[in-house]
Ligand binder design. Sequence first.
Ligand code: GDP
Ligand code: MG
Length: 173
Amino acid sequence: MKSVENFKIILLGSQAVGKTSLLEKYVKNTFTIKYKATIGVDFLSKCIDLDNTKYSLQIWDTAGQEAFQSLSTHFYRGSDACVIVFDITSSKTFDSVSNWIDEIQFHIGYDRKIPMLVIGNKLDLNEKRVVNSQKAKQWCEEHGIMYYECSAMTGQNIEEAFINLVKAIDVFN
Ligand code: GDP
Ligand code: MG
């Protein structure tokens, strides 16, 4: 008989980096060019099968409360993993990644560790890139964080990124 694992994953990062777009592409396989201030719900769910285990992922998105300290404890509570998104064409969104990590650690408690994934999004705009791929990767490695570059527009690497995050949750638990 198959076992089912329920995981809560939170999506964070500066405004307009593509959090909602990544979530919608991953869960619904849709993409629209307009800015999506809110998806109107706290989270979207997706089920995946991995190594004979069924995973039910509850992926939480922010509804435009990307300013630091504006998200309530409710958002962070019970999270099993987190994804911090930045935009490879905006250096300030990469600079904010470490602030988001501090914020997450503050809310979940400094004694608790959860797997973290950083996504450099908008890989389809590679010719406008300002964040160096190797530097971002190295920074993440030094902090024990997984790193992927994805495109919510094309869908590139999104599945791989989430699969590896889910595998990491299993290792952490
Ligand atoms: P959020 O504020 O982080 O949730 O960002 P959104 O998902 O609302 O996206 C902000 C803007 O960036 C929208 O205009 C999206 O269409 C656009 N966008 C998001 N992801 C990508 C991507 O991978 N490539 C490109 N070219 N645009 C993207
Ligand atoms: Mg959004």
